[in-house]
Design a protein around this ligand. Structure first.
Ligand SMILES: [Zn+2]
Ligand SMILES: [Zn+2]
Length: 363
């Protein structure tokens, strides 16, 4: 079975013939049709996000179930699934159905294997780390916990289905299913990659009046306008805060910071109207802090929250996203460029350079 292995921090991925075990209890074996490449995979490969090496990265997989482990009785062989990140199923958040806020998710998703320390893959007899974000989807076949898989209809193309489980749900989720009751007549999205454009498309679905996209790359601003943004701003050419205040009459009801770039969160908070909400999605390197003037934070009644995997239940929302795609309201294919597995390092380079918004590996 072919998998793209990250041997050490910073090394190019190498496609190898890797052995795969049988599904453990509660797992599925899935032949993948496609996998998106997400920014977090690149950060991990480059040592800016914690991961165990050697490892198979990737966490935007979609494919067909070919075997089920003991105890799995609600997914069948042949089912088409979209994979999302894993959750524990037994913490306080999971008990409440708030899987996106799972207390154990971070540790589980970066552990590089099952809770008992075993892994799905081996190469020449040595274990290769797996279960990256519940998947390790840079592989033709994977073993994934049942809890990461959402069964979907067969009509959605693999290159559209793949990014639904991380990039698209992360941007669209907080717009379609906000965990805040604060008004959302205007939305400003900082960063127009997959997550930001997912938010823009969701804003059009919701009928939000003013949808403002902020990104220094002209082609991304143009695409945002085609996908539903009412206004776009080039932050290298004009003052984003002043522009957003002008367009919205004082500031955006909601802002979403998806870029993770230094200083952009400060801009997003400043562009949020008094009484508004700022959602933080783009992750700078772990350990990065932000500061704010507490008095003004109170006086302006701003709320700020970390948005994890869309702040929504993927079991409910992924099928909704498929329906929106089928209706023509979520044209994910506009963001996607496909690559063969042998070209995975070219795909990574294209993503890093900004030439490609969402590279998807097809198997
Ligand atoms: Zn991701
Ligand atoms: Zn949990």
């Amino acid at each position: 079975m072919r998998a793209a292995v990250a041997a050490t921090i910073g090394a190019p991925l190498k496609v190898e013939e890797v052995e795969i075990g049988a599904p453990a209890a509660g797992e599925l074996r899935i032949d993948l049709a496609a996998s998106g490449i997400c920014h977090t995979d690149l950060s991990a490969r480059d040592g800016q996000f914690p991961a165990q090496f050697p490892i198979v990265l990737g966490h935007e997989g979609t494919g067909s179930v070919t075997a089920v482990g003991e105890g799995v009785d609600d997914v069948r062989i042949g089912d088409r699934v979209v994979l999302t990140i894993d959750h524990c199923g037994h913490c306080r958040s999971c008990d409440r159905g708030r899987y996106w806020a799972c207390a154990n998710a971070f540790g589980m998703n970066i552990a590089g294997g099952r809770p008992d320390g075993t892994t799905a893959f081996s190469l020449d007899g040595s274990p290769i780390h797996s279960h990256w974000f519940g998947q390790s989807s840079f592989a033709a076949t994977i073993l994934a916990p049942r809890s990461t898989a959402i069964v979907v209809a067969d009509d959605v193309p693999a290159e559209v289905a793949a990014p639904l489980g991380c990039g698209i749900i992360t941007g669209a989720g907080p717009v379609l299913h906000p965990q805040t009751t604060r008004p959302m007549d205007s939305l400003a999205v900082f960063g127009l990659g997959t997550v930001g454009l997912g938010a823009v498309m969701a804003a059009r679905i919701r009928g939000i009046d003013r949808v403002i996209g902020v990104d220094p790359v002209a082609s991304r601003r143009e695409l945002a306008l085609e996908l539903g943004a009412t206004d776009v701003i080039d932050p290298s050419a004009s003052d984003s805060v002043e522009e957003i205040q002008r367009i919205t009459g004082g500031g955006a009801d909601q802002t979403l910071e998806t870029s993770g770039a230094a200083g952009v969160l400060d801009v997003a908070m400043a562009a949020t109207i008094t009484g508004g909400h700022c959602g933080v999605i783009g992750a700078p390197p772990p350990g990065t802090a932000f500061t704010t003037d507490v008095t003004m934070f109170i006086a302006r009644n701003i709320s700020i929250s970390g948005v994890a995997i869309g702040d929504c239940d993927a079991n409910q929302v992924i099928p909704e996203l498929v329906d929106h795609w089928r209706n023509g309201d979520l044209p994910v294919e506009r963001l996607v460029t496909t690559f063969d597995m042998d070209a995975i390092n070219d795909a990574i380079a294209a993503a890093k350079s900004g030439r490609v918004i969402k590279p998807v590996i097809v198997f």
